[in-house]
Design a protein around this ligand. Structure first.
Ligand SMILES: Nc1ncnc2c1ncn2[C@@H]1O[C@H](COP(=O)(O)OP(=O)(O)O)[C@@H](O)[C@H]1O
Ligand SMILES: [Mg+2]
Length: 1060
C-alpha cells in the first residue's frame, strides 16, 4: 500500500480571437513549476507551485497537418502533457492501480482541449487509449489475456445519462446511482462496452459526443453545465507463480468537469432565489469534498467528507481520497477579463494537491473472486428470505434484489468468455445504432450539407445532415419530419429544404417558425449560398456547406463558430452602439475606454443567446414573461459624469400585466439556471407547478429606473439661478421625458435673491452661508405612463452632496404629464473649500423612477431606497385602493391649482413680452450702428445692467433650450462691450453649429452601417468613440473661448462702473 498525493498540473491556453481583438492583457506567467497570476487592477501578484505548470500560451506554430508544434522551448504541446500525465495513468493501469484524471476550469479555459483534444491535436484520453492498445498488441504471452471495456456518461442536473445508449432507449430521469457493499457506488444499468482496438474506442467516443450534442433538451449551454465521465476498465488475466488463474483490474476514470464559473456572487446575492439555486450540485460538492480531504491531510480531526451529497462525488469517491492514483489538470485562461475566475481555479488546484490517496493493486486469484461473489450472493439470498412484509421490508427487499442482480451480472461477466462478450457487443452495436445518425456516415462528402454549431466548440461539427436530391422537412420528431431537431423554439414542422440538384432552397414551414439566414429573418423561400449561417428556433445553429464543386481546398469551417453567429445576429437585430455611449464625455484615457467598451460588448454578446433561450423557455412553458438585454450607462448615475463603465442588465416584462423588472446580469444568470432546471423537468413531463415565491419567473413588483438627467451645479457657485428644461435620458440614450427644473439662490428665509447677489469669483462663497431652493416643477411626455395608464406612476429622486438618502418627490399616478411641484430649500451654513469644489465639478442627478401596481396584491411597487420612504408592498388591498383614490383626488386638486397658476403666469408673461418687444427694437437699432449681427437665440449669456441701479453687473446663465425665464434686456447697454460679447457669441455659435454637424454625423454612422459585416460593430464603436472625443474637445474649446470673452467684459464693466 502506498500513500500518494493528488498530482496537480495547470495549463494556460493561447488568447482566443475575441481576447486578441480586445487587446487583452496577459495575467499569467510561469517559471519552472510555479505559476504566477497578476491582478490587472493593482499589479499584485500571487504565486503557486504545482507538480507541473504548462505554458501553452505562445511559442508554437501550426504545421501542415494542423498540429501545434513547439517553436520555443517553453511551449508545452499535447504530447508533453500526455508524457507527464497520461503515461503515468497508463503505467498505473498496468500495475493494477485505479487511476483518475480530471480537468477543472471555467468554460472555454481548455479542459476539453487537454482531455480530448481538437482534430489532429489529440488530448490525453485518445492518446492514452491508443497507447494502451499499442502495448496490448505487443503482448506475445498467449496465456495472458487482456480485456478493455469502455463506458461514457454525462451528469447534468444530478441525472446520469449513458452516452452510449441511443436516445430512444434512454430512461427518463436518467440512470440511478447505487451502492454496493463491496465495490462502492456504481451506475445501475450503465453500458460498459468491450473493445478490442483503439478504433473502436474512437468510434464510441464519437458516438458519445454525438449523443451529448443532440441531448434531449438541446440547449446550447448544456455542455458547460454537465460533467463527462469516461471509464476504461482494464483487466489482465494470467497465471501467477503458483499457477493460479489471476485477475488484475484497473479502473481509469477520465473526467471533463462542468465549467467552474458562477454568476458573479456579489451581484446575485440580492436575488431572492439565491439560496434555492444549487447551480451545480455536483461541482460545489466536489469543492467541499476536496476541502474536507485537504483538511484531513493537514491533520484536522473529525472531518466529514460529504461524498454522498452529489452524484459526481459518489462516483469519484475512490478517485478522491481512496484507492486511486489521481491527477488533476486545471485549465487557465490567460486574459485579464477572467482574472477572478482564474485566481479561484488556482486556489482550487492548490487545495487539491494536499489530498492524500491510498492506492492498492487490485489483484486476486480469479477463483477467489468468483467464490467471494458466490458467498456474497448466498448472504443476500438468506437476508431476502428473512425479510418480513412491512413497507420498510418491501423497500429493503427491492434493494437486496438489485444487489443480487448486480452480483450475478458480475459473475456472468467473470465466467463468460471474452470472445463471447465481444461478439455480443458487436451485435448490439449494430442493432441499436442501425437507425441512428452515424458519425462514420460520409455522404456529406458528396452532397451539400448542414453542419451543426454549438456554444461548446467541442460539440460543433459533430452533426452533419447531407442534403441529397430531395425535399427535407426540419422539425420536432414526428410525422413527416426528415431532419429531427429537439432545440428550443422548434416547431413541429419548422423549415423546408430542397436540393434541386443545382441549388439548395430553404423556407420556413410555418409563419411562426423562427428562421434566420445570416442573421436576417426569413419569411419566404431563398437559395442558399455556400457558408450561409442558419439559425432555427433560438438554439439550433447550422453552417450550410455547398456542393463539393463550391468548396475550397482548405476551408476553415471552425471560424463560423457560435460567437460568429451571435455577433451577426446582434448586428442584424440592431444592436445599438449608441446605447453604449456616455451622456457626457469627460476627459479620460481613451485606452481605458476601449477595453470598457469591449468588455460590455463581450458581456452583451454573451448574454444575448441566453436571453433568447430564456424567452423561448418562457413561451413554451407559457410563463408569459419576456426578457430583453439593455446596457446600463453608469455615467447616468455618476455626479461627475465621467464614469465610463457600462453594465449589461436585463429588462423583464410580464406580457400580461405589463409589469417591468430590471435584473442585474448576475441575477439573470442565476435565474436562467433555475429556469433551465424547470424547463428540463417540463421536457421530462414532470410537473412544474411551484408556489410563486420559488418561481424563477416571478418577483414582487418593484420600481423601475426610467432615466436621468444631469443638472450641473456650477451656476450655483456664481449664485446664478437655473431655470431649465432637460431631457431625461434612458439607458439606451433615448429621451424618456422632459423635466422642468429650477435652482434658485435665496436667503436663509427662502426668499429668492435678485440678480445683484451674483458672485464673480466662486471662491468668495467660502466661509459664507449659501441657500437655494430646488424646484422640480413637472415632467412632460413620460413614456412610462403613456396613455395615462392608471396602474403606473412616476416620481423623481436625487441626492445632494453625498447625502446617502435619496430625496424624492411624491408619486404622480396615471398621467404622462406629471406635475410634481416639488420644492426644497437647501441651507448650507458655511461653504467649505470642499463644497466649493463640489459645486464646480458636480451635477445633481435627477432620476426618474417608474412605479407600478401589483395586480395580485393591489399595492404599489416598492421604492429602491430604503429608509426615508414608506414601503407599501405588504399593504392591505382595500387600503391600497383607497390610497389610490385619494391620490387621484389630490392630483385633481393639483391639476386645478396648476391651471390657475398657469393662467396667472401667462398673464404675467404676456406683459413681459410686450416690454421685451419694445426693448428688442431698441437693441436692433444699436446693432445696426455697430454693424455686427446680433446672435439669434442668444440663450447662453446675457449681459445686463443691474435693474436697481446698483454698481454691479450680473450674468444670467441659462445653459439649456426653452428657458421660460428670460431676463429683461438691458436698458442702457454699454455698446462697445456688448459688441465684444456679440462677437464672442458669434464665434461660439459657429463652433456650436460645427459640433451639431459632427453629432449628426455620429448619429448617421450608426444607421448607414446596418449592412455591416461581422466584427464591424467593433470598428463602428471606435469610429463613434473617436468622433465623440473630437466633438467633446471642440465643445470644450468653444466654451472656454466664450468664458474668456465674458470674463474680460465683466472686468471691464466693473472698472467702468467703479472708477476707484
Ligand atoms: N492549449 C491550447 N492550445 C490551443 N488552443 C486551445 C488550447 N486550449 C484551449 N484551446 C482552444 O480554446 C477553446 C476552448 O477550449 P475548450 O477545451 O473547449 O475549453 P473548455 O472545455 O474548458 O470549455 C477551443 O477552441 C480550443 O481549441
Ligand atoms: Mg469542454
Amino acid at each position: 500500500m502506498s500513500s500518494d498525493s493528488v498530482k496537480v498540473a495547470v495549463r494556460v491556453r493561447p488568447f482566443n480571437q475575441r481576447e486578441k481583438n480586445a487587446n487583452s492583457k496577459l495575467v499569467i506567467s510561469m517559471r519552472g513549476n510555479a505559476t504566477t497570476i497578476t491582478n490587472p487592477q493593482n499589479g499584485e501578484t500571487k504565486t503557486f507551485a504545482f507538480d507541473h505548470s504548462y505554458w501553452s500560451h505562445d511559442g508554437f506554430k501550426e504545421n501542415e497537418t494542423g498540429v501545434y508544434i513547439k517553436e520555443k522551448e517553453s511551449y508545452a504541446d499535447q504530447r508533453q502533457v500526455y508524457n507527464d500525465l497520461g503515461q503515468g495513468v497508463l503505467d498505473n493501469a498496468w500495475q493494477g492501480y485505479n487511476a483518475a484524471l480530471f480537468a477543472y476550469g471555467q468554460t472555454g479555459s481548455g479542459k476539453s482541449y487537454s482531455m480530448v483534444g481538437y482534430g489532429p491535436n489529440k488530448g490525453i484520453v485518445p492518446i492514452t487509449c491508443d497507447e494502451l492498445f499499442k502495448a496490448i498488441d505487443k503482448n506475445t504471452d498467449k496465456k495472458k489475456q487482456m480485456q478493455v471495456t469502455f463506458s461514457m456518461l454525462e451528469i447534468y442536473n444530478e441525472q446520469v445519462r449513458d452516452l452510449l445508449t441511443p436516445a430512444k432507449q434512454q430512461q427518463k430521469g436518467g440512470l440511478k446511482v447505487r451502492q454496493h457493499p463491496k465495490s462502492g457506488f456504481y451506475v445501475d444499468g450503465l453500458k460498459s462496452v468491450p473493445v478490442r482496438s483503439y478504433n473502436e474506442i474512437e468510434r464510441l467516443m464519437d458516438q458519445g459526443t454525438l449523443s451529448r450534442t443532440t441531448a434531449a433538451t438541446n440547449m446550447n449551454a448544456t455542455s458547460s453545465r454537465s460533467h463527462m465521465v469516461i471509464t476504461i476498465r482494464f483487466k489482465q488475466l494470467y497465471m501467477n507463480e503458483l499457477g493460479e488463474s489471476t485477475t488484475k483490474t484497473s479502473e481509469v476514470s477520465l473526467v471533463d468537469l462542468a465549467g467552474s464559473e458562477r454568476a458573479d456572487s456579489t451581484g446575485a446575492e440580492g436575488d431572492r432565489l439565491k439560496e434555492g439555486a444549487a447551480i451545480n450540485q455536483s461541482l460545489s460538492t466536489l469543492g467541499n469534498v476536496i476541502s474536507a480531504l485537504a483538511d484531513l491531510a493537514m491533520g484536522k480531526k473529525k472531518v466529514m467528507v460529504p461524498y454522498r451529497d452529489s452524484v459526481l462525488t459518489k462516483l469519484l469517491q475512490s478517485a478522491l481520497g481512496g484507492n486511486s492514483r489521481t491527477i488533476m489538470i486545471a485549465a487557465l485562461s490567460p486574459a485579464a477579463i477572467n482574472y477572478d475566475e482564474t485566481l479561484s481555479t488556482l486556489r482550487y488546484a492548490d487545495r487539491a494537491k494536499k489530498i492524500q490517496n491510498k492506492a492498492v493493486i487490485n489483484e486476486s486469484p480469479t477463483e477467489r473472486l468468483i467464490r467471494e461473489l458466490k458467498e456474497e450472493n448466498n448472504k443476500l439470498l438468506a437476508m431476502l428470505k428473512a425479510q418480513g412484509t412491512g413497507v420498510k421490508a418491501v423497500v429493503k427487499t427491492e434493494e437486496l434484489e438489485r444487489l443480487l442482480q448486480e452480483n450475478e451480472r458480475q459473475m456472468q461477466e467473470a465466467q463468460l468468455s471474452w470472445e463471447q462478450r465481444l461478439e455480443e457487443a458487436r451485435k448490439e452495436w449494430e442493432k441499436s445504432h442501425a437507425q441512428e445518425l452515424h458519425p462514420e456516415d460520409l455522404t456529406w462528402q458528396h452532397f451539400p450539407y448542414l453542419r451543426n454549431v454549438n456554444e461548446d466548440p467541442h460539440l460543433s461539427g459533430v452533426v452533419k445532415y447531407a442534403l441529397q436530391n430531395k425535399e427535407y422537412v426540419i422539425g420536432k420528431p414526428g410525422n413527416g419530419v426528415s431532419i429531427e431537431l429537439h432545440g428550443l423554439g422548434i416547431q413541429p414542422h419548422h423549415a423546408v429544404m430542397c436540393n434541386t440538384g443545382q441549388k439548395v432552397l430553404i423556407r420556413p414551414a410555418v409563419q411562426q417558425a423562427k428562421l434566420l439566414v445570416n442573421g436576417v429573418p426569413l419569411q419566404k423561400e431563398r437559395t442558399l449560398t455556400h457558408l450561409d449561417r442558419i439559425m432555427l428556433g433560438s438554439s439550433s445553429l447550422f453552417l450550410y456547406v455547398g456542393f463539393p464543386s463550391e468548396r475550397a481546398q482548405h476551408e476553415n469551417l471552425e471560424q463560423y463558430d457560435f460567437e460568429f453567429f451571435q455577433t451577426e445576429f446582434a448586428e442584424e437585430s440592431g444592436f445599438h452602439t449608441n446605447s453604449l455611449l456616455t451622456p457626457r464625455e469627460g476627459h479620460h484615457d481613451p485606452n481605458e475606454d476601449k477595453s470598457a467598451m469591449m468588455m460590455v460588448l463581450h458581456e452583451y454578446m454573451n448574454l444575448l443567446p441566453k436571453i433568447e433561450e430564456a424567452k423561448v423557455m418562457s413561451q413554451e412553458m407559457q410563463k408569459g414573461v419576456s426578457f430583453e438585454p439593455e446596457v446600463k450607462n453608469l455615467a447616468a448615475h455618476d455626479e461627475v459624469g465621467r464614469d465610463m463603465k457600462k453594465e449589461v442588465i436585463v429588462k423583464v416584462t410580464n406580457e400580461k400585466t405589463k409589469q417591468v423588472w430590471v435584473w442585474s446580469k448576475a441575477k439573470f444568470i442565476n435565474r436562467k439556471f433555475l429556469i433551465e432546471d424547470m424547463y428540463t423537468k417540463w421536457c421530462n413531463g414532470e410537473s412544474i407547478a411551484i408556489d410563486r415565491h420559488h418561481d424563477p419567473f416571478w418577483d414582487p413588483v418593484e420600481d423601475v429606473f426610467l432615466g436621468s438627467c444631469h443638472l450641473w451645479l456650477q451656476s450655483l457657485a456664481y449664485k446664478i439661478e437655473t431655470n431649465d428644461q432637460l431631457d431625461i435620458i434612458d439607458h439606451h440614450g433615448r429621451e424618456e421625458a422632459m423635466i422642468h427644473i429650477k435652482m434658485l439662490p435665496c436667503d436663509h428665509t427662502g426668499k429668492v435673491l435678485s440678480d445683484d447677489s451674483l458672485v464673480l469669483d466662486p471662491a468668495e462663497l467660502i466661509g459664507h452661508p449659501l441657500d437655494f431652493v430646488f424646484v422640480i416643477d413637472h415632467c412632460m411626455g413620460v413614456k412610462w405612463v403613456r396613455g395615462n395608464n392608471l396602474a403606473r406612476g412616476v416620481y423623481c429622486g436625487f441626492r445632494f452632496f453625498g447625502q446617502p438618502d435619496l430625496i424624492t418627490t411624491k408619486t404622480m399616478w396615471g398621467n404622462s404629464n406629471a406635475k410634481f411641484h416639488f420644492k426644497k430649500h437647501f441651507s448650507i451654513e458655511k461653504v467649505t473649500p470642499e463644497f466649493h469644489d463640489y459645486l464646480q465639478t458636480h451635477a445633481i442627478i435627477i432620476e426618474l423612477w417608474g412605479t407600478q401596481v401589483d395586480p395580485d396584491s393591489g399595492s404599489a411597487s416598492s421604492r429602491p431606497s430604503s429608509g426615508s420612504l414608506a414601503d407599501h408592498t405588504d399593504e392591505d388591498p382595500e387600503v391600497a385602493e383607497l390610497r389610490r383614490v385619494l391620490k387621484r383626488q389630490t392630483e385633481e386638486c393639483d391639476h386645478l391649482r396648476a391651471a390657475y397658476q398657469k393662467a396667472k403666469k401667462e398673464n404675467f408673461k404676456l406683459k413681459q413680452q410686450v416690454e421685451r418687444h419694445k426693448n428688442a427694437l431698441e437693441l436692433q437699432k444699436l446693432d445696426h450702428q455697430e454693424t455686427i449681427p446680433h446672435p439669434v437665440n442668444s440663450r447662453v449669456a446675457h449681459l445686463q445692467r443691474d435693474q436697481h441701479g446698483g454698481s454691479h453687473d450680473s450674468i444670467n446663465s441659462n445653459s439649456s433650450t426653452g428657458s421660460s425665464h428670460e431676463p429683461p434686456p438691458p436698458k442702457h447697454p454699454s455698446t462697445s462691450l456688448d459688441a465684444e460679447i456679440a462677437k464672442g457669441l458669434k464665434v461660439f455659435f459657429k463652433d456650436v453649429r460645427h459640433v451639431q454637424r459632427g453629432l449628426k454625423n455620429v448619429k448617421e454612422l450608426g444607421t448607414t452601417n446596418s449592412s455591416a459585416d461581422n466584427g464591424n460593430v467593433k470598428s463602428l464603436f471606435e469610429e463613434q468613440q473617436k468622433a465623440l472625443h473630437d466633438i467633446d474637445e471642440q465643445l470644450n474649446a468653444a466654451v472656454s473661448a466664450l468664458k474668456v470673452t465674458v470674463t474680460s467684459v465683466i472686468k471691464k464693466k466693473k472698472q467702468q462702473t467703479d472708477p476707484s
